[in-house]
Write a protein that binds this ligand. Structure first.
Ligand SMILES: [Zn+2]
Length: 341
């Protein structure tokens, strides 16, 4: 029983390969964060070591040990923590050397050794070259599973040695039904979480179990409304604050821009009368009211501005400058307007 939500194409391909004994020695799972890459990799590791006829059974001792992270033949390799508790920026060569050493030893307690490499796009070039050597001459009884959000960031030589499986985001309706059916989430909440997760159920499941994610999102949206109504002085102060945060934690600032982008796309959908398609369904009344303050062309232009601010930050331009331009480009409301500081 595969636990990954959706992803029927990838699952049936793996199931067929298992049954016909035609598994590849290396896989590359490509898909956005929280779409289910790790769940699928763990399920494959379970299937490869399962003791039951229907693999993976999830209940035999081997399946349970793998799920608990305590199986000697299944290892997950990813970014490590540095001495100062910050995350390393790359997967380093020593980690790959350890894998190579372990891969050359026979399985300790199962049928097959499985090495799952998370964030494979962050392999250092030395580490990727070292891994390539192993992928070119794979030891028997070893399966590598590389996970990445973007395989174009990996050396083509590594990609070409793996069987590539794409894990696309689910449609919002599919994700919402799966969350309601599999996780017992109430349908209205399942629809909200499915939308906010952009069809990546891992985020939605975490958010359903932990209020912090939704609280952060609510705080981010409330702050956005304050900034929309603020004068330029306050907006620039906010840009400076975000730029300082960007130097510490880039992900947090990208998340804020994603919130803004979803919100302004919703404003556009409301303007077009497509109420069923909005993401922030719990803020529908607020969106409907706010949409009356802007023209459609203003909303569209600002969506482009948010997109280009995010792109510029990813291209390492001056963060403060990019964020100040974003603040300047917030469209003027029809009535009431912004206060000029
Ligand atoms: Zn099993």
């Amino acid at each position: 029983m595969w636990q990954v939500i959706g992803q029927t194409r990838a699952v049936s391909l793996l199931q067929h390969s298992l049954e016909s004994g035609t598994l590849a020695h290396a896989y590359l799972f490509v898909g956005p964060e929280h779409v289910g890459k790790m769940t699928l990799a763990i399920n494959l590791a379970q299937a490869l070591n399962c003791e039951a006829a229907e693999r993976p059974c999830l209940t035999c001792p081997s399946c349970r040990k793998i799920a608990a992270g305590g199986h000697a033949d299944v290892q997950v390799i990813g970014l490590t923590r540095n001495e100062d508790e910050t995350e390393a920026k790359l997967i380093h060569i020593e980690q790959i050397k350890e894998i190579q050493h372990s891969a050359n030893l026979p399985p300790f307690e199962g049928h097959r050794k499985v090495f799952i490499i998370e964030t494979a796009e962050l392999l250092s070039s030395d580490a990727a070259n070292r891994l390539l050597k192993t992928l070119e001459e794979p030891p028997d009884n070893v399966t590598f599973i590389l996970l990445t959000v973007n395989d174009r960031l990996l050396p083509t030589t590594v990609v070409s040695r793996c069987q590539r499986l794409e894990l696309p985001p689910l449609s919002i309706n599919t994700a919402a039904s799966a969350l309601a059916d599999n996780c017992g989430i109430e349908p209205e909440r399942a629809r909200l979480l499915a939308g906010l997760s952009h069809g990546c159920p891992g985020w939605a499941i975490t958010a359903s179990n932990n209020d912090t994610l939704l609280q952060q999102r609510n705080k981010g949206l409330d702050q956005q409304l304050e900034i929309i109504n603020a004068d330029y002085e306050e907006r620039f102060a906010y840009a400076a604050q975000l730029a300082a945060r960007f130097s510490q934690n880039r992900g947090a600032v990208y998340e804020i821009l994603d919130l803004w982008l979803d919100y302004w796309r919703d404003l556009m959908l409301v303007k077009l009368g497509c109420y069923d398609m909005i993401t922030n369904i719990d803020r529908k009344d607020e969106l409907v009211e706010l949409a009356t303050s802007y023209r459609l062309d203003q909303i569209k232009a600002f969506i482009d501005t948010i997109g280009s601010a995010a792109l510029q930050l990813r291209q390492n331009v001056n963060a403060r400058l990019a964020l100040e331009v974003l603040m300047l480009d917030i469209p003027l409301k029809k009535e009431g307007g912004v206060k000029y500081g």
